[in-house]
Each structure stands twice: as C-alpha cells, then as structure tokens.
Design a protein around this ligand. Structure first.
Ligand SMILES: Cc1cc2nc3c(=O)[nH]c(=O)nc-3n(C[C@H](O)[C@H](O)[C@H](O)COP(=O)(O)O)c2cc1C
Length: 188
C-alpha cells in the first residue's frame, strides 16, 4: 500500500534549493511513497497561552489535523547558523502540543540537509535529529544526506544535473521506502 509522506521544507525562499530538492525527491521516490509538501510558513510562532486558553489559531489546528493524516515525514532543510531554521523548529513545536497530543509520535521520518556550502548542513541535520528523538519519530540513520554545493546542483527546470548525486538521492529514497514499510505498523 502507498504511504503518504509529509515533506517539510525549512526555507521560505522563492528560489529555495531545499524546495527544489523536495520536488526532485518526489520524482525520485519509489512507488510505495507519495510525497506532499506541507506548508509551514504561515504558522504563527508557538505561544502556549493559545493552547492553554483553548483557543489556538486556526492555522495551528488545521496544520495539526493535516499532519496526522500522513504515514511518515521527510524533512528537507537548510542550516541556519549551524542549526535548524526557526520556521521548521516552529512547525515541530506547533505539532508537538498541546501536551500529550503531539502529531509526530511513532511515525517514521528522514532528514536531508542542503546547502551551498561544503558541510552540507551537517549541524542542522543533527540538531533536527535531536528533536526527532524526543518527538519519537524514528529517523532513518543510513544513508545520511548532507548535500553541499547546492548552487551547482539544479538546472533551470529544477532537475538535478549531477548523475552521481541523483543516483545517491534515489538510493536515499529507496532506503526511506524500506524504512517506512518497516516502521509504520509498529506501536512505539
Ligand atoms: C540566517 C542564515 C543563516 C545561515 N547559516 C548557514 C549555516 O550555518 N550553514 C550553511 O551551510 N549555510 C548557512 N546559510 C546559507 C544557506 O545555506 C543558504 O542561504 C541556502 O541557500 C538556504 O537554503 P535555501 O536555498 O533552501 O533557501 C545561512 C543563511 C541564512 C539566511
């Protein structure tokens, strides 16, 4: 059965390399996975008062409901100051509350970081994994994906120009397909 995967992009930039990567991954994914980008840019910053007052913003409620309908999560993000961009961290926080009602727990995930720099967003990748441990999202360990040199990676139509990178990404997505199949039915 096809598994629905929510894709979260940690950049709001129009020409974002990470958004291009997310779209490329949707094409490279095996048939067992259906990827859909879930937008996170309009979510108000998390403020517990809104949940405590029983009147959370409608965008939070819609986001939480939408995320619950997926079977797994793929995070595609740049690194900001060696960590996770605020917009993505905010989405994790919004989905994790109210306390005891997190939408994340027990569903499989994977992380890929993309940067024009040479380190490929290693710091963001691992900071994100730290949150995913706490949120109980079993995250694929191998292959790891720190994609550097992003400014040279795409042609004008968003296609990945480098054959070696494209094949690596295909293997990454195949492995994620196996990871999702293995971990989706588990009660964790
Ligand atoms: C606030 C800020 C902090 C950044 N910090 C890092 C960083 O720590 N490491 C890195 O590789 N690139 C860093 N960059 C550069 C981003 O990798 C680059 O802007 C990239 O294109 C962002 O991803 P996008 O193309 O998907 O928007 C930073 C950019 C911004 C705007």
């Amino acid at each position: 059965m096809t598994k629905k995967i929510a894709v979260f992009v940690g950049s709001l930039r129009k020409e974002s390399f990470n958004r291009k990567m997310a779209k490329a991954l949707a094409i490279l994914a095996p048939e067992s996975l259906m990827l859909e980008i879930v937008e996170i840019g309009e979510l108000p910053l998390y403020n517990q008062d809104y949940d405590d007052g029983g009147n959370p913003p409608s965008t939070w409620t819609a986001f939480r409901g939408h995320v619950k309908s997926f079977d797994g999560f793929l995070f595609v993000t740049p690194e900001y100051n060696r960590s996770v961009p605020g917009v993505l961290k905010n989405a994790l926080d919004v989905g994790s509350r109210p306390y005891g009602q997190s939408v994340w727990g027990g569903k499989p995930g994977a992380v890929i970081t993309v940067s024009p720099g040479v380190i490929g967003g290693f710091g963001a990748n691992h900071h994100l994994r730290q949150s995913l441990v706490f949120l109980n999202v079993p995250s694929m360990q191998q292959p790891e994906a720190y994609i550097g040199g992003a400014a040279q990676l795409f042609d004008a139509n968003g296609n990945i120009t480098n054959e070696t990178t494209r094949e690596f990404l295909r293997r990454f997505m195949d492995a994620f397909g196996v990871w999702v199949a293995k971990n989706s039915s588990k009660i964790i």
